[in-house]
Design a protein around this ligand. Structure first.
Ligand code: 4NP
Length: 144
């Protein structure tokens, strides 16, 4: 595996965390795997990750503040070795776009569970759980 693309809905809450965590784990492991993230939707293109995602990542020594949201494009399906959907709805949307090299993050140690969408969470609560789940799944993904 030489490149990974994480995809959620807005590319401002969950997939930027996954990108940042994966980049750190890959560096720590001394591997060379390219990582990126994108959203199925276009609403937040060009925006920084949401403030709670930046904070929770920072609390774990992962800086994602420089990331900017982009929308997934069909060319990504051939550019990246593997496309990783954060939840079932992202998975279905990507399948509908013709993505074949597609997996779901929750399949790596979390019995296929969705990474919950924190966009509508009330405040910071919940982001720690989202971070922990993402980190655990990404660790497992990188072992394969
Ligand atoms: P994400 O969260 O998919 O984890 O980036 C969301 C961000 C924005 C929206 C939904 C989810 N939105 O509806 O704008």
């Amino acid at each position: 595996m030489r490149s990974i693309l994480f995809v959620c809905l807005g590319n401002i809450c969950r997939s930027p965390i996954a990108e940042g965590v994966a980049r750190r784990l890959i560096e720590e492991g001394g591997h060379t795997i390219a990582v990126d993230s994108a959203g199925t939707g276009s609403w937040h293109v060009g925006e920084t990750p949401c403030k709670h995602s930046v904070t929770v990542a920072k609390n774990h020594a992962v800086d994602i503040s420089h990331l900017r949201a982009r929308q997934v494009k069909k060319a990504d399906f051939s550019t990246f070795d593997i496309i990783v959907a954060l939840d079932e709805s992202n998975y279905r949307d990507l399948k509908a776009l013709g993505c074949q090299n597609l997996v779901k993050l929750g399949d790596y140690g979390h019995e296929g569970a969705d990474v919950p969408d924190p966009y509508f969470f009330d405040g910071f609560e919940g982001f720690e759980h989202v971070y922990t789940m993402i980190e655990s799944c990404v660790k497992e993904l990188l072992k394969r």
